[in-house]
Design a protein around this ligand. Structure first.
Ligand code: AMP
Length: 369
């Protein structure tokens, strides 16, 4: 049985349960608190960024059904802040409380093969791809798609982890081992290499009533496979911006999800837009909305899951967002001294190479519609 068939508004004062305790959860807690909600974080350690500032915290494995029972009993609605929560846990919770977005959207986003199948079925293009279950299948997939191509684990990869570029002289056995594909990752997918001009993303939201809204497309620049900078708005033609927005709206509608969906896309030099992947949650490329918009992507999530009006996604300014990765966050005094910089730190105690420790947003007067 699903508990998500009540259209009732979850009014300020209620408790929102959040599965996951990372920085996305933390910024959701802050947005929720601003509107008078409490958050209950379900996570793996009491020191996680969202747990540090939440009204209530449950520290337990996602598979702990007793902990899920207690969590469900103390909240009014649930959401999630990362994809790799076991589907069974979300399904278990769905029988006890409204979970927005629900398990179907999560199932698609968790598995690159299901995701690309879904996107193509919705009439939207991706890079060409083949599901690959072993090195032998990799050989025939490479024969189909050519080189260079990219081998990615179907599940559990992020920030370039679980990915390897296949060249003409790549040994399939070695590539398979190096990418870390296994039964636990649902095998792998080989993708044709996209010679893109730039990467963009659109963050859309959908409410309980089916209303859809989105922010302007933004450009994402990566360093070492991790998002480094987001440029707002993306310097693309109106045609490309409209196509990207249309894709995001189509996908969130097709997923019938309530919440926030980030859609990452490649733009080719000829203006073709291909979807890379989707995330049914707030996204790193939407952090600028905290400082540049009346309603941030985190507040938009709160509004969607609580059945409040989605309101405006208009921006007051253009923006550049820079991630503070690893020891780059040690430069916080310089950012504090920069009157134009808006600094956000996530409270992570341990600095590690490649770890997202915070971000900075700079606003500039709005130049384009
Ligand atoms: P992903 O984990 O799928 O978001 O991939 C991480 C990054 O690798 C992307 O943001 C791209 O910069 C690059 N990448 C991923 N897939 C492809 C592809 N098929 N062709 C070219 N570059 C890719």
């Amino acid at each position: 049985m699903s508990h998500d068939d009540t259209p009732a508004v979850v009014a300020p004062g209620a408790t929102i349960g959040v599965l996951g305790g990372g920085q996305l959860g933390r910024m959701t807690v802050i947005a929720a608190a601003r509107l008078g909600y409490r958050c209950h974080i379900f996570c793996q350690s009491p020191d996680e960024p969202a747990a540090q500032i939440a009204a209530q915290v449950t520290v337990a494995p996602f598979t702990d059904t007793e902990a899920l029972d207690r969590f469900a009993a103390g909240i009014d609605v649930a959401t999630l802040e990362f994809e790799n929560i076991p589907l069974e846990s979300v399904e278990y919770l769905t029988a006890r409380t409204a979970v927005r977005p629900g398990a179907p959207a999560l199932a698609v986003a968790q598995d690159r093969i299901k995701e690309k199948d879904f996107i193509n079925r919705a009439g939207i293009a991706t890079a060409p791809y083949r599901a690959v279950a072993n090195p032998r299948e990799l050989i025939s997939a490479v024969a189909d798609l050519g080189t260079p191509s990219i081998l990615k684990t179907a599940r559990l990869g992020y920030d370039g982890k679980g990915q390897i570029r296949i060249e003409t002289d790549t040994d399939p056995e070695a590539a398979w081992a190096q990418c870390g594909a296994s039964d636990a990752t649902g095998g792998a997918v080989l993708e044709g290499f996209v010679d893109f001009e730039r990467e963009i993303s659109v963050i859309a939201a959908r409410g309980r009533d089916g209303a859809i809204t989105s922010y302007v497309p933004v450009e994402n620049r990566h360093a070492n496979h991790i998002l480094d900078e987001t440029i707002v708005p993306a310097p693309v033609s109106d045609t490309v911006a409209a196509a990207a927005t249309d894709i995001a709206h189509t996908l969130i509608a097709e997923l019938q999800m309530i919440g926030v969906l980030a859609v990452e896309m490649f733009v080719s030099p000829d203006g073709t837009v291909l979807v890379n992947e989707v995330a049914p949650r707030p996204h790193n490329s939407g952090h600028w909305t905290i400082d540049a918009c009346a309603v941030s992507q985190f507040e938009l999530l709160v509004r969607a899951v609580c059945n409040l009006p989605l309101a405006s996604t208009e921006r007051d300014a253009d923006a550049t967002m820079k991630n503070l990765i690893g020891d780059a966050a040690d430069n916080w005094p310089a950012y504090l001294a920069d009157p134009a910089a808006r600094l956000h730190l996530y409270g992570k105690t341990e600095t590690r190479a490649g770890r997202k420790m915070g971000h900075v947003t700079w606003l500039t007067p709005r130049m384009r519609s």
